[in-house]
Design a protein around this ligand. Structure first.
Ligand SMILES: [Ca+2]
Ligand SMILES: [Ca+2]
Length: 122
C-alpha cells in the first residue's frame, strides 16, 4: 500500500523489474462507500494521494479500485479490469475485507517457470 512517496517509488521500481509498461492495482478502493477511498486493510488514505488529473472520476458510476496509471499517478478503474498487481502480505494478520483484488492476492501461488511472471509479491 503506497502510503507515502518512498513506498510509492519502491512499488514502481519493483513493478518495473517485471514490466515497465504495466499498470497495476494498488490495494485501495471505495467499494464500501463511494468516494471514501481506503487501503485494503480498511485504513483511510492519508495526505499522500497522487491521483492523476481529474481522477478519481468514478466513470460510469462504476470505478472503485485504484491502480497505478500513466506517469505513476493513480486512477480509479472498474475492479474487474485485468491488471497486474502487487500484494503486501502479513504473516500474522491476513486481510479481512473481501474484494476482488483481495481474492486475487489470496489465490494460491502459481509456480512460475519464467522470470517474467505476471505478479510480484512483497
Ligand atoms: Ca468509485
Ligand atoms: Ca477513473
Amino acid at each position: 500500500m503506497p502510503r507515502d512517496q518512498a513506498t510509492h517509488e519502491f512499488l514502481i521500481n519493483l513493478k518495473n523489474q517485471v514490466d515497465r509498461d504495466a499498470w497495476f492495482y494498488l490495494g485501495l478502493d471505495d467499494l464500501d462507500q463511494e468516494g471514501d477511498w481506503r487501503y485494503i486493510d480498511g485504513t483511510p488514505l492519508g495526505t499522500f494521494q497522487p491521483w492523476a488529473p481529474r481522477e478519481p472520476n468514478n466513470s460510469f458510476d462504476n470505478e472503485n479500485c485504484g491502480m497505478m496509471f500513466e506517469y505513476n499517478t493513480w486512477n480509479d478503474v472498474r475492479c474487474f479490469k485485468e491488471l497486474k498487481f502487487i500484494c503486501q502480505t502479513s504473516l500474522q494478520a491476513p486481510p479481512t475485507r473481501k474484494t476482488s483484488h483481495v481474492q486475487i492476492c489470496r489465490s494460491p501461488p502459481v509456480k512460475k517457470t519464467s522470470p517474467s511472471s505476471d505478479d510480484t509479491k512483497l
